[in-house]
Structure formats: C-alpha cells, structure tokens
Design a protein around this ligand. Structure first.
Ligand code: FES
Ligand SMILES: [Fe+2]
Length: 469
C-alpha cells in the first residue's frame, strides 16, 4: 500500500505486530524514523496497548502527596490511577473506580478527610490501604455474603524511587530493579530523591509525545533554537562565520539497555567554569552565562547558585585548582552550612551537571548543583497529535525548610512570557511546527545524526521491542 492510499483509507483496528500488518510508515530506518510513528492514530493506539499498559512510568512526585491522606490522580490513555499517601514510607496506587458501579473515586489532587476514601455516589468507603470499611445496605449484596475483599480497591504496582512514584499497569511487570538498573547509581548520586518542588508547569501541546520529548534529547539544536546561549555557533548558522566553538561538540551521548540514555558535557560546561570563546574576566563571563539560564528558565541554575559564584570575586584561584573547581567547593561549603543535601561529589556525578538523564519512555532529568529540571511528556488520550508536557523545577532544601506540597500551574498560552520564560518558549515554539511538518506528504522519514541523535534512535528501538512483543 503506498503512502497516499494508506492515508486515504486508515484501518480501523490495531494491526497485529511483527508481520505484514506493520506498514512501512512505522519503520525505523538505518538513518531515521518513519513519520507514521508520530502521526498515525493506529500507532498511537498500539503504543497504548503495548507500551503504556506494560512499562514503568513516573505517575507522580512524592511532593504531590506529602502527608497521609493526600492523593493525586494520574491519567494515561483512558485509564486513571489514584495515588494515595498511606504513611511516610508507603504510597498505594489504585484503579480510580468504585467497585460498586464504577464512579471515579477522586479527581485532580487533594486530601481524603479522616483518611477515608469515600465514593460520592452511594457513600461506600475504604481506608487508605484500600480495604472496604462501609457498604450501604450490605445485606442486599450477594445475598448478604459480600466480603470486604470482594470490594477492596484494585491495586496497581507501585515503586518509590528518586522522589518519583513509578507505576506499572501490567499485573506481572518487568522487575523495577532490572528496569532502572542502568540509571540507578546516576540518579541516586545526583540526589534526585532529595529534590523538592520549586515550580511545576503543565502544558497541552499540539504534537506527538515523542516529537515533544525528542526536542530535548540532544544539545545540537541550541545554536539555532537558543542563539543567546551560543552566539558564535549562531553566527555560523547564519552564515556570518566559518566556524565557532560549538558546545555540542563537547557533549557525550550514551545509550543504555531498556531504552534509557544520557548526555553530559563533563568539564566543558558553564557550571564547571567553561565559557565558549572567552574574551573578558572568566568569573564575570561565567556568571553572565549562568545568568542566562536563571533568567531564561529559573531551573537547573538558580539565582542562589550565582550568588555563591559572586562570593569568589577578587579571590585568587589556588595553584592546581580552577575557577570551576573553586566554584564547586563554594557550592558544597554553602550547602553544608545549610544542611542541604547535594549530589555525590565524584567526577562522574559532577560531570552530569548541565547534561541529562533520560528514563525510558518519557522522563528526563537535567541536573545541576542540587537542582534539577525534570520533563515528563505523555500522550493526551489516544490523540497522536497532542501531548501533556510538564516541566518541573526542583531543588534540594536547607534542613530547616519544610518542603512545600507540589502544585501544578496550567500554562494556557505557549507564547506568553508571563507564563513561560524564554528558553522553554523557544523550544516549544518549534514543537508544534515539527508535528505539522511530519504530516506533510513531502517527508517519509527523518534523518538522524549518528552521535548527536542516538538517544532518539535507541528510544525507538526499545519502543519497538514493546510494540512487537
Ligand atoms: S458507585 Fe460508588 S458507592 Fe455506588
Ligand atoms: Fe532547547
């Protein structure tokens, strides 16, 4: 079937996988990704059946439900999962449906008064552990022999890790330890589990969830998309210069089993004191470069980090050290005074600052000095052309500060500077355009750079292992 006729006569059921029903428009080629994977409603439906119902996924941050009785609801496809804090070390996940006649037990986020989960329809209720505690006119059900266990809330697998509540809808899922093994040491070393809510924005974007997240899988979009962050590189792109010091050439990309990946700049990052094509005072240039992140994102690098850097003004750098090295020392000394947790001070962890850890299928952690920006992107229902895109700014807190309960702000206008700062506005300016372009009959597949875009390919290869299982 050629491209035109396939588009004109879409199938109405999910095809079998691995056989002749897998159309060429869903293939991964040796050098790119076929566009059907981003635009075809049947592909989105297959992803739901074979990926989202089987994979571990971050359903919440623990900060959303800090106290016993707090709850939040996580939606994926047509399923809603109720996440409930039971005690300081326990979170339960339930299918959000009353066993009596199906009413959704909760909406949004909130707190169950007196730690009772009560159905609004007929008032049946459960404790936080999901055990039924009240059935109105119980004698009328099952001839009076209805057992509590018949109407207990239906649990979903849940694992707490790195401050996230991971869930899996598969009753017999891959062991979480096996799933996370390639990233466990990195995420623990980065202290992601100690990071708390600073701000969290949720956006509805007219793009496939993979299009949206792949915009954050590489650093080589920076000169064109964020020219203020890389002036020399931007000039090359504009044809004003032959070459420049491009940050992405310092970035290392790595892929892991189970679809995960990471990139990192090691010592060649602004946080480690490296500024491309330095002309003036190293400390002032470093502060100015970092300030672009504070003003452009208010995440990863925060204002207080720059204040620490500025305390080094006028201080000589000891023999054998560097500006970056002294800055690290100052950050750790300040954090120690505050009793604030910090990432493990070892080269592999410090080298991740300014990089990214990608947790398959849809979670990205971009760590810095005890801060991290986190992206979570998932499909909106079964629509291949829309996703829920969330940005979380998180940070570790001084020992004396009680972490706030996380609240989510809905962004209503992607172009509004009051709602989104410059850097995310720049990224999100591209994403709907990519989706629009992928619908064009003028493009059958994308082209992927072998190194810079390897996380994209690895992600799709793992996706196919789920889809073709
Ligand atoms: S539907 Fe929930 S108590 Fe009746
Ligand atoms: Fe970007």
């Amino acid at each position: 079937m050629n491209e035109l006729s396939r588009r004109a006569a879409p199938r109405t059921s999910v095809p079998s996988t691995g056989g002749t029903d897998w159309p060429p428009t869903w293939n991964i080629t040796s050098h790119g990704i076929s566009t059907g994977r981003y635009i075809d409603p049947l592909f989105a439906r297959l992803e739901y059946e074979k990926l989202w119902r089987k994979v571990w996924q971050a359903a919440a941050r623990l900060d959303e439900i800090p106290d016993a009785g707090d709850y939040t609801v996580y939606d994926i496809g047509d399923q809603a999962i109720l996440l409930v804090r039971v005690d300081p070390s326990t979170v339960k996940a339930y299918h959000n449906a009353c066993p009596h006649r199906g009413t959704a037990l909760a909406q949004g986020a909130g707190h169950f008064p007196s730690n009772r989960i009560m159905c609004p329809f007929h008032g049946w209720r459960w404790n936080l552990a999901g055990q039924n505690q009240f059935v109105l006119e119980r004698q009328e059900f099952c001839g009076g022999s209805l057992r509590d266990s018949d109407v207990a809330l239906k649990e979903v697998n849940v694992v707490l890790f790195a401050g996230f509540v991971f869930i899996n809808l598969d009753p017999n899922p891959q062991p979480f330890d096996e799933f996370i093994a390639p990233l466990r040491a990195l995420l623990e070393g980065l202290a992601v589990g100690d990071m708390h809510h600073y701000w969290w924005k949720s956006l509805s974007i007219p793009a496939n969830w993979k299009v949206a997240q792949e915009a954050f899988f590489e650093a080589f979009h920076v000169p064109a998309t964020h020219p203020q962050l890389e002036k020399g590189g931007a000039e090359v792109i504009l044809g004003k210069r032959e070459d420049a010091e491009f940050t992405h050439r310092y970035v290392n990309y790595e892929v892991f089993p189970h679809g995960h990946g990471r990139f990192f700049g090691g010592k060649k990052t602004p946080m480690a004191g490296h500024v491309n094509e330095r002309k003036g005072d190293p400390l002032e240039e470093m502060a100015a470069r970092l300030n672009l992140l504070v003003e452009g994102m208010d995440a990863m690098v925060l204002k207080e980090d720059i204040e620490v850097l500025l305390t080094l003004r006028g201080k000589p750098i000891p023999e054998g050290s560097s500006l970056g090295g002294e800055y690290m020392k100052a950050l750790y000394a300040t954090a120690a005074q505050q009793g604030r947790p910090m990432p493990k001070p070892i080269p592999e962890i410090l080298g991740m600052w300014g990089g990214e850890v990608f947790i398959f299928p849809n979670l990205m952690v971009l760590p810095q000095a005890g801060n991290a920006m986190i992206y979570r992107i998932r499909p909106d229902g079964f629509d291949p052309d829309r996703c829920v895109f969330e940005i979380l700014s998180t940070r570790t807190l001084p020992a004396a500060v009680k972490p706030p309960r996380a609240t989510i702000d809905r962004v209503t206008d992607l172009g509004d500077p009051q709602q989104l700062l410059l850097i995310p506005r720049q990224d999100l300016g591209n994403i709907p355009r990519i989706q629009k372009g992928l619908h064009s009959q003028g493009i059958q597949h994308t082209w992927l750079a072998a190194n810079q875009e390897k996380i994209i390919l690895n992600m799709h290869q793992q996706l196919d292992r789920y889809l073709q299982a």
